[in-house]
Design a protein around this ligand. Structure first.
Ligand SMILES: Cc1cc2nc3c(=O)[nH]c(=O)nc-3n(C[C@H](O)[C@H](O)[C@H](O)COP(=O)(O)O)c2cc1C
Length: 386
C-alpha cells in the first residue's frame, strides 16, 4: 500500500515527508537519559517526521557524541535543541578550566537557605532516603551556549532549535553553514521577536504543554502567533497527541506540529517504567504547572512530592536554586525507588495517552488520522460552500 501524503512548506524546506516534529526534551531533572534521546530522534526521522535531540543538560561533548551517533544511524534530517538563556549568552560561556562536576550532596548546605536545607534533611529522615550520588554538570550546553552552537554548526545539523531565548544572534552563521534555525516561544510578543530576528521557523507552545510552559493556551496562542509571524512558518505545540490535533493545527495555518509528551510516552524515550505508568494512568486533570521543579513554571505529572512541598510552607527559590533543591528531593526518592514522589515533566494531553508505543507508530497514526480527517471526515461532516 502506498504511504499517505501529508506535506507542507516546512517539509519541503527541511526535506522531510511529514510535518511532525518530536520536541527537544532534555534529560530529566535528576540526569537520567530520558526525553529526546538518540533512539527517539532516529525513530521519528526514519518514520518520515523530524526528530530533535534534547541536548539541554548534556555536556557539549555528550551532545557532539549524540549528534554523531544520530548521523551514524540515519541519513534523514534531524534537529538539536539547546537553551540560550540571555544572561549566559551575553555573559559568555563558562570557561573550560572552570568546569566542575559538583556532587549535589556536597553543595546543598552552602547553596540553599538554612530553612530549605533543613526541610530536605527532615524529608530524608522521615522517608528514610539514601545519600545522593547525582552530580551537577558544570559544562552543560546551557552554561556553554557558544561552544554548543559552534559544534552544532560544525556538525552541519540540519535544524538548530532554541528552546529558550532568541537565537537571532547566531542565524547568519547558521545559514552560512546550511543550518536552519527555529525558536520556541510561549506568547505572541516573543513569536514576533523571533520571527523578526530572521529565524526560519517559530514554535508557539501553549500552556497545556509538558516541561517549561507559559500562560497562554494553545488555541488562543496559535492564531495570534500566526499573525505575528507573518511569512515565517509557525509550528504548533502544547497538547498535540493525535491526528485530530495535527489536522486542526494545519487547518489553522500552521506549517507543522512540535510534539513532546506523546513522544515521551514511547519505547525510544528512555522513560523508566514507573514514569511511563504515571503518564498512562494520568487523566487530563493530573498534571500541575508549578515552579517546584526548577523555579520557573513547568508542567509535570502531579505526584506526592507536590503535597510535601505544599505542606512545607517554604518560599519558592529562584531558578536555578530551586532545581538544586528539587533535584535533591526527587533524586533521593528516585534512588529509594519511591516512585510515587517522582512525576515526570508531562503535558495535559497525558490523559489521552493509554499506551507506551514505538515512536514510528505515533508518527504513522498521527499522519493516517490527519489525512483521513482532511480527505474524508471533514467533507463528510461539515457543509461549507464559498
Ligand atoms: C519531558 C520533557 C522535557 C522537555 N525538555 C525540554 C527541553 O529541554 N527544551 C525545550 O525546548 N523544551 C523542552 N520541553 C518542552 C517541549 O519541547 C515541547 O514544547 C512540549 O513538550 C510540547 O507540549 P506537549 O508536551 O503537550 O506535546 C520538554 C517537555 C517534556 C515533556
Amino acid at each position: 500500500m502506498s504511504r499517505p501524503t501529508l506535506r507542507t512548506k516546512f517539509c519541503d524546506t527541511m526535506g522531510i515527508e511529514y510535518p511532525i516534529v518530536s520536541a527537544g526534551m532534555g534529560p530529566s531533572l535528576i540526569g537520567e537519559a530520558t526525553g529526546a534521546t538518540v533512539d527517539l530522534v532516529v525513530a521519528v526521522s526514519d518514520a518520515g517526521g523530524l526528530g530533535v535531540l534534547g541536548a539541554a543538560g548534556y555536556t557539549v561533548d555528550q551532545m557532539q557524541e549524540a549528534i554523531r551517533e544520530v548521523k551514524k544511524q540515519t541519513d534523514k534530517p534531524f534537529g538539536v535543541d539547546v537553551l540560550l538563556p540571555a544572561a549566559q549568552v551575553e555573559g559568555g560561556d563558562v570557561r573550560p578550566e572552570d568546569i566542575q562536576d559538583i556532587p549535589v550532596q556536597d553543595v546543598l548546605k552552602a547553596a540553599l537557605p538554612e530553612t530549605h536545607y533543613k526541610w530536605f534533611l527532615s524529608i530524608k529522615e522521615e522517608h528514610k532516603l539514601p545519600d545522593l550520588d547525582i552530580e551537577i554538570k558544570g559544562g552543560s550546553t546551557t552554561s556553554r551556549p557558544h561552544a554548543s552552537i559552534k559544534v552544532i554548526l560544525e556538525e552541519k545539523v540540519p535544524l538548530f532549535c532554541a528552546g529558550l531565548g532568541n537565537p537571532g544572534f547566531m542565524i547568519e552563521d547558521a545559514h552560512a553553514n546550511g543550518v536552519k534555525v527555529l525558536g520556541l516561544v510561549g506568547n505572541t510578543k516573543n513569536a514576533r521577536r523571533v520571527a523578526e530576528s530572521g529565524a526560519d521557523f517559530v514554535v508557539a507552545q501553549g500552556h497545556e504543554a509538558g516541561g517549561h510552559t507559559g500562560r497562554i493556551g494553545t488555541m488562543a496562542l496559535l492564531p495570534q502567533a500566526l499573525d505575528a509571524c507573518g511569512r515565517t512558518p509557525l509550528l504548533a505545540a502544547g497538547g498535540i497527541g493525535d491526528g485530530r490535533a495535527v489536522a486542526a493545527c494545519l487547518a489553522m495555518g500552521c506549517a507543522g506540529v512540535w510534539v513532546g509528551t506523546r513522544f515521551l510516552a514511547t519505547k525510544e524515550s528512555g522513560l523508566v517504567d514507573e514514569q511511563g505508568r504515571f503518564i498512562v494512568n494520568a487523566t487530563d486533570e493530573d498534571t500541575r504547572r508549578s515552579k517546584l521543579y526548577t523555579g520557573k513554571t513547568s508542567r509535570t505529572v502531579y505526584s506526592s512530592v507536590h503535597d510535601l512541598w505544599d505542606k512545607s510552607g517554604l518560599e519558592m527559590l529562584p531558578f536555578p536554586q530551586q532545581s538544586l533543591l528539587a533535584s535533591a528531593v526527587i533524586g533521593s526518592f528516585h534512588k529509594a525507588k519511591k516512585f510515587d514522589y517522582v512525576g515526570p515533566f508531562s503535558g495535559q494531553i497525558s490523559g489521552l495517552i493509554d499506551e507506551i508505543k514505538p515512536a514510528a507508530k505515533v508518527v504513522e497514526q498521527m499522519v493516517n488520522e490527519a489525512v483521513d480527517i482532511l480527505c474524508h471526515r471533514l467533507p463528510d461532516t461539515v457543509v461549507a460552500k464559498a
